[in-house]
Design a protein around this ligand. Structure first.
Ligand SMILES: *Cc1c(COP(=O)(O)O)cnc(C)c1O
Length: 375
């Protein structure tokens, strides 16, 4: 038996060829790339695609950046029926604009949609619509190899009723925001982390492995407590044995000599509580190709970390994500004690090498099939 909603997905795909483009008549001034606060400035256009269970996906529409008009009963506003993605367009040294492994973002967005009971869509068609949007706003991709254009695809439930149920109406929208460098100058600024098992970011059977808005709104309280305790971000712990899982909204890597005396780059496995980062995957792919040390997806606990610190076996710890690529960790505040991580003393050697390699690919200094040129 075919299920009705999957039939709908098959018959009513959003089609990039049907794209309706309404250009903005007034263009905004572009910001100075050296003075941009993340996600505060938006480009001239946006993409919207509406969906209903009766008619499927409507024609995609690129139009002037504007407020949304939503029924106050919309399920996104009440029950956080929402998911998002985060990716970037880079202007390369050859002036070409590239996306970095965007199909991984589209795959993840589809998985999030499924988990949020939001409609599926054709990944290639959506990708094509996003490329058209970036092309139209291409002058907003900063002329800088330390800045980029952040792309925020979003899918919301617009069901105009208060019933807690699968939405029969939804909308994709995509907005673009030029973003500056995460780091000031050539040095990687390290972060300090607050580790306290009283808050849990994600749990088995939950939604932590999907980019659902609700995961992030509910993390703010812990983030505030981290700041109140003099730290910059939360080190999320899980389970009886205080597994270390993620850092803020980044994946986590530990570069160390493991308990068996092996040089190892380790990150927690994708067991349902870890967000499958594109940067995480890229770091694993790179390090495995280098083949210079053991590369593992394995559990790491606070006990493993403290023992390794006592025995001088920790080389570096860093977070990874689209915003910063890599972000070294200098300290972890845990059970009233500050554990110092010698990432900076070790010259952030591995983190810097990864940053160099990935940005070479993103800015076209190195040919790679991880990028697609859009203009
Ligand atoms: C987005 C995100 C990441 C990083 O994913 P990238 O695809 O590398 O940007 C890691 N952890 C969490 C919780 C995230 O939301």
């Amino acid at each position: 038996m075919f299920n009705f909603s999957s039939l709908m997905v098959l018959f009513f795909l959003p089609q990039a060829k049907d794209l309706i483009i309404t250009p903005a008549t007034v263009l905004k001034e572009k910001p100075d790339p050296n003075n941009m606060v993340f996600g505060t400035v938006f480009t001239d256009h946006m993409l919207t695609i509406e969906w209903s269970s009766e008619s499927g996906w409507e024609k995609p529409h690129i139009k002037p950046f504007q407020n949304l008009s939503l029924h106050p009963g919309s399920s996104v506003l009440h029950y956080a029926v929402e998911l998002f993605e985060g990716m970037k367009a880079f202007r390369g040294v050859d002036n070409k604009i590239r996306l970095f492994r965007p199909s991984l973002n589209m795959d993840r967005m589809r998985r999030s949609a499924l988990r949020a009971a939001l409609p599926g869509f054709d990944k290639e068609e959506l990708m094509e619509c996003i490329q058209q949007l970036v092309k139209l706003d291409q002058e907003w991709v900063p002329y800088s190899t330390s800045a980029s254009l952040y792309i925020r695809p979003t899918l919301i439930g617009t069901e105009p009723s208060l019933g807690v149920k699968k939405p029969t109406k939804a909308m994709i929208f995509v907005i673009l925001s030029p973003v500056g460098s995460y780091f000031s100058g050539a040095t990687l600024n390290p972060v300090s982390l607050w580790a306290n098992p009283k808050f849990v970011r994600a749990w088995k059977g939950g939604t932590g492995d999907c980019k659902l808005g609700g995961n992030y709104g509910s993390s703010l309280f812990a983030q505030c407590e981290a700041v109140d305790n003099g730290c910059q971000q939360v080190l999320w712990l899980y389970g009886e044995d205080n597994q270390i899982t993620e850092v803020g909204t980044m994946n986590l890597f530990l570069y160390w000599i493991n308990e068996n005396g092996e040089e190892e780059l380790a990150t927690p496995p994708l067991d349902g509580i870890i967000l499958p980062g594109v940067t995480r995957q890229s770091i694993l792919d790179l390090a495995r190709k280098w083949g210079e040390f053991k590369v593992s997806e394995r559990y790491l606990t606070m006990g493993d970390l403290t023992a390794a610190l006592e025995q001088g076996r920790v080389k570096e710890m860093f977070g990874s994500g689209t915003a910063c690529v890599v972000c070294p960790v200098s300290d972890v505040l845990y059970e009233g004690q500050t554990l110092h991580i010698p990432s900076m003393e070790n010259g952030t050697k591995l983190a810097s090498r990864i940053l160099g390699k990935l940005t070479d690919i993103q800015y076209g200094r190195e040919e790679s099939d991880w990028t697609i040129v859009i203009s």
